[in-house]
Ligand binder design. Structure first.
Ligand SMILES: Cc1ncc(COP(=O)(O)O)c(C=O)c1O
Length: 320
């Protein structure tokens, strides 16, 4: 599958200090080096190729007020000289002038706020409006969900395998933050296609397990249907832990703040409180809960650091 090359690959894979029970490594997808990087930067390369192939000139997507996907989409559209509309759940008053939202502004993207319950209606209407104005719009599902996003992490899995061979380590576990589940689906598909043995554990940032697993299954089926019909009937062992969501998406609690502080102080690596901080905290708890010892563990840092800078006050309050 073709992509427009925007990011620096491979991202580093490094050993980190966590505890002395297991060996821990981190895949630095926060260093994809495109508009502050992250997993969304891997995905956007494939969408951009599709956009150009279809001759589209206006990119439309949606996300939360502090969406990493919207930041990356807006930056990528500008880079290619395309117009961009971000449909954001919330109101003008959610604009914080920090984190991802200041970057939406700097890219010159158009922003349309709407109530979360009206998102699909607004998307439909905005696309209709753009067509009536003579544009050829392209819609990217929120979070870069879909086969192209899944494929980006099939490729990332291959990159991980290559690096693990280079350092002579076989990973027993790969942990990742799971939102739309596309990143996790890509890693699972990558593993199944290359007969890998790792357990791929998604730490949910919002969805309950039933829904999270259902969506990952759908993503896998859809990906295999389009690109790997031979894999369609594979048994799908999806591990998706919903124990660390807290009160819901973007709920920040003390365990997350402590995990972020730990990573900065022990490894000089910065996590965000909504995705990677929650996932790292979840990973440590999962390892304790399952009594995992003497294993090689990889944590995928999926980026999202700008969010940290929009939640400073909450983080300080939780530190006291
Ligand atoms: C930093 C970060 N990590 C992880 C995720 C989850 O990725 P996915 O939606 O593919 O599950 C997201 C999604 O928004 C994200 O921004």
């Amino acid at each position: 599958m073709d992509r427009i090359n925007l990011i620096n690959l491979p991202t580093p894979l490094q050993e980190i200090n966590v505890d002395n029970k297991n060996n821990y490594f981190i895949k630095r997808d926060d260093l994809t080096d495109f508009a502050l990087g992250g997993n969304k930067a891997r995905k956007i390369e494939y969408f951009l190729y599709d956009i150009q192939k279809k001759g589209c000139n206006y990119v439309v997507t949606y996300g939360s007020a502090q969406s990493n996907h919207c930041r990356i989409t807006a930056a990528a559209a500008t880079r290619l000289g395309l117009k961009c509309l971000l449909i954001l759940a919330g109101t003008d008053s959610d604009f914080t002038y920090t984190g991802n939202d200041i970057l939406y502004y700097l890219t010159g993207a158009n922003v349309r706020w709407c109530d979360v319950n009206e998102v699909s209606e607004v998307i439909k209407n905005e696309i209709k409006k753009l067509k009536s104005q003579g544009y050829n719009p392209y819609f990217i599902p929120g979070g870069g969900h879909g086969n192209l996003g899944t494929h980006a992490y099939v490729e990332a899995y291959k990159e991980i395998k290559f690096q693990s061979k280079e350092i002579g380590i076989d990973f027993d576990y790969i942990f990742v933050a799971s939102g739309t589940g596309t990143t996790q689906a890509g890693l699972i598909a990558g593993k199944q296609i290359s007969n890998g043995n790792e357990k791929i554990v998604g730490i949910s940032v919002a969805r309950k397990a039933h829904r999270g697993i259902e969506v990952i299954k759908e993503s896998l089926e859809s990906y295999y249907e389009e690109y790997h019909a031979d894999m369609l009937h594979e048994t799908q062992d999806i591990i998706f832990d919903d124990c660390y969501i807290g009160k819901g998406y973007a709920d920040i609690y003390k365990g997350i703040v402590d995990a972020i502080k730990f990573m900065v102080s022990k490894n000089s690596i910065v996590l965000d409180p909504v995705y990677t901080g929650k996932a790292f905290y979840g990973m440590c708890e999962y390892i304790k809960k399952e009594n995992i010892e003497d294993k090689n563990i990889l944590f995928v840092h999926t980026g999202g650091i700008p969010i940290l800078f929009s939640k400073g006050k909450q983080i300080i309050d939780l530190s006291i």
